[in-house]
Design a protein around this ligand. Structure first.
Ligand SMILES: [Zn+2]
Length: 489
């Protein structure tokens, strides 16, 4: 099992100065290496010798080293014991170049050599991501998007609340969670954030399985993501949406800080300070959001053996409204509701359902629970009782089925549909229900004169007894039909 633990570091002033300077030097080196690879690529491209990277048929400086025209280093390794000369990979060539760089620019000697090698590897991984996995082409870095560097496995030691970083020294950190027994420290990343330096430590123990075997499904909970409430569960419970950055007061604070920033002179020290303040506020909101999402995810996962959510298309929901051209005035446009949508989009971004779903998925896998994604189509328009799809059934928060008259809170009804869909799609057999409420997959329909099973209403009855003004628990003794006036007459 491999997990990463994050800690906040407490560097001395001198240490954070060293780390800042390392970051600057590494950034320029990264950009230089990237430019080198691109140059080499174009030189061979012009000469008609560029290769198809996927088939690796020809030479190409981006992935292989047989390139005469690049600045890259000697493409051949030193002969081994048997005198065989092997080809270097592109990253190995750049690795070999590090020694020359240290001679030409002696200040690079201050950086630990493994850190520089990890930098070359970082560029290589980015290149591979582009050619093999369809990710974006690596970009040149500036101060805002180059904020981390790495040590190799085995470089870093921990002792109590102190961490040993080679070439920087012992540094204190907030030891917020102990590293579990048997786990070994792998790669260690140092990252600069708005409020200081953090470290993320990759730890691994091969004897622990990645995920426990999924358990038998006895209970299932369906989820519906929303804005008034962050999550509605099919068992009737819900989680509030704290809106860490979209709430009115938080937006006001942000606005004031940003206005202060905009009034400072460009390039001044005061502007830098103010920008720090804005960045810290953003980080505070992000931290709050992620802490709350972990809380919600763990609560949800503890509810049932399996969790089902909608497969959301968040990009689609946030898409811009279509422009409405004005037929009368040429070249003019009518209002299309985009200005109102902007606020909604802000709330959607703030809720960040995607990252919440990721956290639920992670928490579920970690505790051996199943996780299903279902098609979100019509979940809020379908009646969970009779299955009829009708847009007219929904009035805002209220749901009244046009076919069978079933009434429910619209979002809870949607969560129920998500649950039912997961059962149908995966042909699950839900054996027993943890808590019997009226959200079972196929609720037992009682006839008018049938008294409900006391077991089924147990929870409800106890609740009513506690809150009842009359102090008389339970249902009235006789069941009246709609038109039967009974003894009251
Ligand atoms: Zn219905």
């Amino acid at each position: 099992m491999q997990v990463s633990y994050q800690y906040k570091l407490r560097p001395k002033q001198s240490q954070s100065k060293v780390m800042d300077s390392w970051l600057d030097m590494q950034r320029s080196l990264f950009n230089w290496f990237l430019a080198d690879r691109i140059d080499g690529y174009y030189q061979t491209f012009i000469m008609g010798e560029y290769c198809d990277i996927r088939t690796k048929t020809e030479r190409c400086p981006l992935t292989c080293s047989l390139n005469k025209n690049s600045n890259l280093h000697n493409p051949w390794k030193n002969p081994d014991k048997n005198g065989v000369i092997k080809k270097r990979s592109c990253s190995l060539m750049q690795d070999a170049y590090l020694a020359e760089i240290k001679q030409a620019r002696p200040w690079y000697k201050a950086i630990h050599s493994n850190v520089l090698q990890m930098l070359v590897k970082r560029l290589d991984t980015a290149m591979e991501g582009f050619f093999k996995h369809g990710r974006g082409f690596p970009s040149f870095k500036n101060r805002s998007n180059f904020r981390s560097f790495q040590y190799k496995p085995g470089d870093v030691k921990l002792d109590g609340n102190k961490i040993y970083l080679p070439s920087i020294g012992w540094m204190r950190f907030y030891n917020s969670r102990p590293i579990p027994q048997g786990f070994q420290i792998r790669t260690v990343t140092l990252r600069k954030k708005a409020d200081g330096w953090y470290t993320s430590i990759l730890i691994r123990d091969d004897s622990v399985p990645d995920f426990p075997t999924p358990r038998e499904i006895n209970t299932l909970v369906g989820l519906d993501m929303g804005l008034t409430k962050l999550v509605h569960c099919s068992d009737g419970s819900d989680f509030a949406n704290p809106r860490p950055s979209a709430s009115k007061e938080n937006r006001r604070t942000l606005k004031i800080r940003q206005r202060r920033l905009s009034r400072k002179n460009i390039g001044s020290a005061n502007r830098k300070k103010e920008a720090q303040r804005v960045a810290r506020l953003h980080k505070k909101h992000a931290d709050k959001r992620s802490a709350y999402q972990w809380f919600v995810a763990n609560k949800i996962v503890s509810k049932a053996d399996a969790i089902s959510v909608e497969h959301l298309n968040i990009k689609g929901t946030k898409a811009k409204c279509k422009p409405k051209p004005d037929d009368v005035k040429q070249g003019r446009f009518l209002k299309n509701g985009q200005s109102a949508k902007r606020g909604l989009n802000r709330s959607i971004s703030d809720a960040s359902w995607g990252s919440l779903i990721e956290k639920i998925q992670y928490a579920a896998a970690k505790s051996g629970k199943r996780f299903f994604k279902v098609d979100p189509k019509n979940t809020s328009r379908t009646c969970s009782k009779c299955g009829v799809v009708d847009a007219l059934s929904r009035f805002g928060e209220k749901f009244v089925c046009t076919s069978c008259g079933h009434e429910a809170q619209a979002d809870k009804q949607a969560a129920l549909n998500v649950k039912i869909r997961a059962i149908k799609d995966n042909q699950l057999v839900i054996k027993k229900f943890k808590k019997v409420r009226r959200d079972s997959a196929e609720p037992k329909q009682l006839t008018l004169f049938e008294t409900p099973n006391p077991e089924l209403t147990g929870i409800k009855r106890r609740y009513r007894a506690r809150n009842s003004k009359r102090g008389v628990p339970g249902n009235p003794p006789t069941q009246l039909s709609l038109w039967d006036i009974g003894d009251l007459a």
